[in-house]
Write a protein that binds this ligand. Structure first.
Ligand SMILES: Cc1cc2nc3c(=O)[nH]c(=O)nc-3n(C[C@H](O)[C@H](O)[C@H](O)COP(=O)(O)OP(=O)(O)OC[C@H]3O[C@@H](n4cnc5c(N)ncnc54)[C@H](O)[C@@H]3O)c2cc1C
Length: 383
């Protein structure tokens, strides 16, 4: 009789779902358990839509994974016993594993006197202040998408976007100009070269002492990583992300795979930054690796090259900057209707993967640009 392998996946975000789906489709004799605090899939790619009160379709996680024979446990991992290979959930339940997939993502830091984009109370605050002032702190892609969405949804709302650097500076000049013109058309007041020094009730204080009065403030800068892995003695980087080898296994605990925002993944151009674009391939690759290990083979090296920077600008506009594998802009970009359709395809494709009856080959999800991303000696596989 063949042995049954116990696999626990922590986190049912984009990457944990992808890993779960792939493992279920690629392996036999596995007992897979997926753990997540909520039983509804959080479409983080559409968080800015939810933030302004749009209602999205509800995708229940058990419905997405049960057909593949995966057990779903609603709960939050409170502790990992890495030596004993078990996870304790917040309700005291203990799950033992042979392989653990660490996919708990990242969050925006909570700050006083401001909302974060995942705070359900933000939508209500906006509704109540639809003719007031919204200050968006941080003009990364989340800040830009939230500012545009809010300005379009509430035409009487004054939206102020505060940024230390130039918004969308990672884009090429044409896509960037298009983006700035669209923000201008939507009436977003973009103030660059400013640093927020303090958040106050009803105002944002800037360096130099200036204040921006704000009925509602949204904080969008930075991400934080839970200390779960670090507290378990699993090797992490300074940010708390699990340090992995070239096959995405923890460098300290090779039976632990880390994917998505929760992993520190080195490529030739540097450490991958948290995107769904890079995270989905890490989930697919991990599934492939676990299936290979269970067949007695070595896992393959993970390689990834970026292809795009998609940004929605409300429901009626968008801009997509295409990129080189290292995420620098190339000369191609999309705008307007073509960009809206492209962005919608990007946002809806993960759920199509999870509903598919076949495993998505990791080559499809990561290959574009990946071939240019040649391995370095220090990224060599450890097996
Ligand atoms: C507004 C917005 C727009 C974005 N747009 C894009 C885009 O266009 N393209 C792109 O590539 N990326 C985009 N991103 C980034 C992308 O959403 C993230 O990189 C992606 O969600 C990371 O996936 P993940 O599975 O690693 O983590 P998450 O999606 O954060 O999922 C982690 C899951 O783990 C769960 N969890 C947390 N702690 C525990 C625990 N202790 N135990 C069990 N479960 C736990 C969480 O509840 C969550 O369900 C966007 C992000 C935002 C906020």
């Amino acid at each position: 009789m063949e042995m049954t392998h116990r696999i626990v996946v922590l986190g049912a975000g984009y990457t944990g779902m992808m890993a779960t789906h792939g493992i279920a489709r690629r392996t036999r004799n596995t007992d897979i358990t997926l753990v997540n605090p909520t039983d509804v899939f959080n479409e983080r790619l559409r968080q800015h839509q939810v933030a302004v009160g749009q209602e999205l379709a509800v995708h229940r996680i058990p419905d997405l994974v049960a057909p593949a024979g995966v057990a779903f446990v609603q709960g939050r991992a409170a502790r990992i016993d890495a030596a004993g290979r078990s996870v304790v959930l917040d309700d005291g339940q203990e799950l033992t594993y042979d392989y653990l997939v660490y996919a708990i993502g990242s969050t925006t830091p909570r700050v006083e006197h401001a909302f974060t984009i995942d705070d359900p109370a933000f939508a209500q605050a906006l509704r109540s202040n639809a003719e007031g002032v919204l200050a968006v702190c941080g003009a990364g892609l989340t800040g830009i998408e939230a500012a545009a969405e809010a300005a379009e949804t509430y035409p009487q709302l004054q939206v102020v976007l505060l940024s230390r650097g130039e918004p969308a500076s990672m884009m090429g000049p044409k896509a960037r100009t298009y983006l700035m013109n669209t923000l201008d058309r939507l009436g977003v007041d973009v103030r660059t070269g400013v640093t927020v020094t303090r958040l106050l009730p009803g105002a944002v204080e800037l360096d130099g002492g200036g204040r921006v009065p704000a009925d509602v403030t949204l904080w969008t800068t930075g991400v934080v990583h839970a200390r779960l892995a670090a507290e378990a003695g699993i090797a992490v980087d300074d940010a708390g992300r699990v340090t992995v080898d070239a096959a995405l296994r923890s460098v300290s605990h090779p039976e632990v795979f880390a994917v998505g925002d929760a992993a520190a993944i080195r490529q030739v151009y540097g450490t991958i930054h948290g995107t769904c674009q890079s995270g989905i391939p890490t989930g697919a690759h991990t599934a492939e690796s676990i299936a290979r290990i269970l067949r007695g083979k070595d896992p393959r090296r993970f390689r990834f090259g970026y292809i795009h920077q998609p940004v929605s600008l409300g429901r009626k506009d968008a801009v997509i900057q295409f990129t080189n594998p290292d995420d620098t802009p190339n000369r191609w970009y999309l705008k307007g209707r073509a960009a809206i359709a492209y962005k919608e395809a990007v946002s809806s494709s993960p759920l199509k993967f999870y509903r598919s009856k076949t495993a998505v080959p990791s080559a499809i999800t990561k290959r574009t640009g990946g071939r240019h991303n040649r391995p370095t000696p220090e990224a060599a596989l450890t097996t």
